[in-house]
Every structure is written in structure tokens, then in C-alpha cells.
Design a protein around this ligand. Structure first.
Ligand code: NIG
Ligand code: FE
Length: 413
């Protein structure tokens, strides 16, 4: 494999581009005959070709060949690093078992915990590598990766270290999220408070000190952690200066989103059972609603998230794979765009903003990622397609694309 740093530089002038809707910001309708300039891995100019400033004659020229350009895609909610798989539970659910029932019987997240604990750091890296590659092939330039299948300091560390290594080796922005409060580990059954103390006072400070934690998440649910326990984790995160996000109201309305909003959460994710009060709180706090249609589909959920109310309230909506072995073994963000449109009734521009600008906001990366604008990192995708809808159209096929990631031409398919 070519080392990322040996890939050709994208520095220079790019012409013959069409900018996709939303590419330049909220409500932007798109642009024909656009150009952009990359210098030292950053976008330094984006706009209509007729407004192009004078460019020195020695500067490299890149012909966009009329491609539609989007910002690099961002997958803002994944559990990409884990051992094993759970196809058996998928089969069990098809014959009537429920997700919560399987979890209560010792399967579910805990089953992935056993497989993850048994795997070495290198083994986890080898398993996660092709997953990440498949996302990168279709234009992903930044990704969030959560821990939460270790549930003990050394194993959570192992997951987060793999996430960091993947980012460095593949030249992709990785934001790590500590999800120590994902499930009660088997060795703590009946001692939930002891485990929360461990998460807050030992695991989180140690991993944060090692530079492995960009944000903190909790699974606030009947089969996860209570509202009071979630708040303890948020307080610990606040005392370390770490932003929070939440797996909220996926299976029931626990009031998690309103709590997360009180802690200024970057995002509340899943939110199928989100209440009107939760929406208002998220709007006031500026939290992003991360929609995860893969998990909704895979669990054969029927309770739709309140899309129309989120839209009416002006809460930014992101779309992500939620890649994980239990509820969403999905490795295509474009397929999630399709599902966000067909199942959740987003428009194509809304779905695209959900995988670019709003996804960046859900990770606190909006200053450098998610739009095509001077000052942003050079992450963009050239799609040889006529209409932006094609990005959310194919099922099981990737449109060809050229991907510029961290200022290098990283994919040419
Ligand atoms: O985002 N809901 C909790 N966490 C994951 C699923 C984890 C699992 O089942 O392994 C999710 O759906
Ligand atoms: Fe998740």
C-alpha cells in the first residue's frame, strides 16, 4: 500500500468544477463553473471561475472535468473498532427475539466486549482497517470512533489507540469518543455505581491524560445507564474540559437529550423517542441531532425520529452510519444518505448537509471541516455525476469519485 504521505499533493488550482448544493454553507444552491485553490493542504480560495484571482504561472493545475464537488464526507458516529461480529443475534431477532431481550440475556454489547477484550491491539487494528478503507473509498475524510467494547481501562485504551493509529496511518481526521458507559461489564453486575465511579474517576482521567479522548458519550437507556448515572459521567467530563454527546432516546424517552443539552452536548444521537421538550432543549443548546437510519433499519424499528419537528425547530440534523456489530454493520455513508431520504424523509440537500456540515458540527470540527471555504482543510470529493441526487440513489454500488483528503489525492476510482 502506498504510504499516505507519498500520495500526490492536491496543491494548486482546480477548475471545471460544479459545487454541490450546501457546499458553501446553509441553503447554498450550488454553483456551475467553479474553481478552488489548495495551498499547503488547505483551501485558500473557493468561488466562481470568473472571480478567480490571478494565479502564479508555476502553480499546479488540476482539471476537475466538470465533476460535482462536495466537501469531504464526515461519519460522525461510529463504533468502528471491535472484535468479532454478531450475525447470530441478527438471526435470533428474525425469529422473534428483541434487541433488549438479547442484551438482558448476556448477549448484545457484552458479547462484543468479550471478543474485543480477547483481541490484541494489532488484531483490532487489522479488523478495523478494511472497514475504514471502505468508508474512505466513497469520500469520507473525517470520522468519529468510539470506545465502549472494552469497558475496562486497558481494553478501552486499546480501542482508542487503534482509532488514533488509523487516523495517522491513513491520513484521515479521527475524533475519538470515550464511551466507557456503554454497558455494565459482566464483572460489575449489581454494582452499577461502582462501575460509574471507575469510569468517572479512573478510566476517563487516565485516558484523557494520554490524549486519547476528544469527547465523552454515554448509552442512556433502560439497558444502558440511568439519567442520574449519565449526569455523573457528564460532570466528570466537564471537570476535565471534555465535550459530551449522548446515545439518547433510542428505545425509550429517558429525558437524556434535555440532560445532554444542559451540559452543552455537541450532539444527541438516535433520538427516535425524542420529546418536544428534548427538541427545544437541543435547539437552545445548539446540539446536533444525529440520525442513524442504519440502526433504525437493522433493528426493524417502527418509531420514527421526529424529523418534521426537528426541521421546524431548526435543529441541525446529521446522518451517520453508527457502524457497529450489533445494530448497524453498515460500511457505506452514501447508503445511509439513501436511507435518511427514503426512511426518514430528508431531502437530498438535507442529507448531504447531514454528512458534511452538520456532521462536522456534531464533532466540534466546523471551523476546519464540512464546507468548501477558504480556511478549511483540503478535504473534498469530485463526483462525475450530473445531479447531486445520485449520491443518495444507488443501492449497493459506489459512484466513482476522486477524493482529496488532507491535501492529497487519496482516491481515484
Ligand atoms: O449505537 N445503542 C448503543 N450502542 C450502539 C449499539 C451497540 C451494540 O449493540 O453493539 C448503537 O446502536
Ligand atoms: Fe452508536
Amino acid at each position: 500500500m502506498t504510504d499516505f504521505h507519498d500520495l500526490p499533493s492536491a496543491d494548486g488550482l482546480w477548475t471545471h468544477l460544479r459545487l454541490a448544493p450546501e457546499a458553501l454553507g446553509a441553503g447554498h444552491a450550488g454553483m456551475t463553473d467553479a474553481a478552488l485553490i489548495v495551498r499547503d493542504g488547505q483551501l485558500v480560495w473557493v468561488g466562481a471561475r470568473r472571480d478567480l484571482p490571478e494565479v502564479a504561472s508555476g502553480v499546479s493545475r488540476h482539471d476537475g472535468a466538470g465533476a460535482l464537488v462536495t466537501p469531504g464526507l464526515i461519519d460522525c458516529h461510529t463504533h468502528l473498532v471491535y472484535g468479532g461480529q454478531r450475525a447470530n443475534e441478527f438471526a435470533m431477532r428474525l425469529t422473534g427475539a428483541g434487541y433488549e431481550e438479547i442484551a438482558r440475556a448476556g448477549g448484545g454489547i457484552v458479547s462484543s466486549v468479550h471478543a474485543t477484550r480477547a483481541a490484541s491491539e494489532d488484531a483490532l487494528y487489522a479488523l478495523a482497517l478494511p472497514r475504514l478503507r471502505s468508508l474512505l473509498e466513497e469520500g469520507v475524510c473525517a470520522i468519529e470512533i468510539k470506545s465502549g467494547y472494552g469497558l475496562a481501562l486497558e481494553h478501552e485504551r486499546k480501542q482508542l489507540r487503534v482509532a488514533r493509529r488509523l487516523g495517522q496511518d491513513l491520513g484521515v481526521t479521527v475524533r475519538t469518543t470515550f464511551l466507557g458507559a456503554h454497558a455494565l461489564p459482566p464483572d460489575y453486575v449489581g454494582r452499577s455505581q461502582d462501575y460509574i465511579d471507575l469510569v468517572c474517576h479512573e478510566m476517563m482521567p487516565a485516558l484523557a491524560a494520554e490524549g486519547l479522548v476528544d469527547a465523552v458519550d454515554v448509552f442512556c437507556e433502560r439497558i444502558g445507564f440511568s439519567l442520574a448515572e449519565t449526569e455523573q459521567v457528564f460532570q466528570a467530563a466537564r471537570s476535565l474540559g471534555l465535550p459530551v454527546k449522548l446515545h439518547a432516546e433510542q428505545l425509550s424517552d429517558m429525558g437524556g437529550a434535555a440532560l445532554a443539552a444542559r451540559y452543552g452536548a455537541l450532539s444527541c444521537d438516535h433520538i427516535e423517542h425524542l420529546s418536544a421538550a428534548g427538541i427545544a432543549a437541543m435547539k437552545a443548546a445548539g446540539s446536533v441531532a444525529v440520525l442513524l437510519p442504519g440502526a433504525y433499519y437493522f433493528l426493524r424499528d417502527t418509531h420514527l425520529p421526529p424529523i418534521e419537528a426537528l426541521r421546524a425547530a431548526g435543529v441541525p440534523m446529521a446522518v451517520s452510519t453508527d457502524h457497529n456489530p450489533g445494530t448497524s454493520p453498515a460500511l457505506s455513508l452514501l447508503l445511509m444518505l439513501n436511507m435518511a431520504c427514503t426512511v426518514f424523509r430528508l431531502t437530498v440537500p438535507e442529507a448531504l448537509a447531514g454528512a458534511t456540515r452538520h456532521a462536522a458540527q456534531a464533532l466540534g470540527l466546523q471551523k476546519t471541516h464540512g464546507t468548501l471555504a477558504a480556511g478549511q482543510a483540503a478535504n473534498f470529493v469530485l463526483w462525475p455525476i450530473d445531479d447531486v441526487s445520485e449520491l443518495a440513489y444507488w443501492l449497493g454500488q459506489r459512484p466513482a469519485c476522486r477524493v482529496v483528503r488532507q491535501g492529497r489525492i487519496a482516491v481515484s476510482s
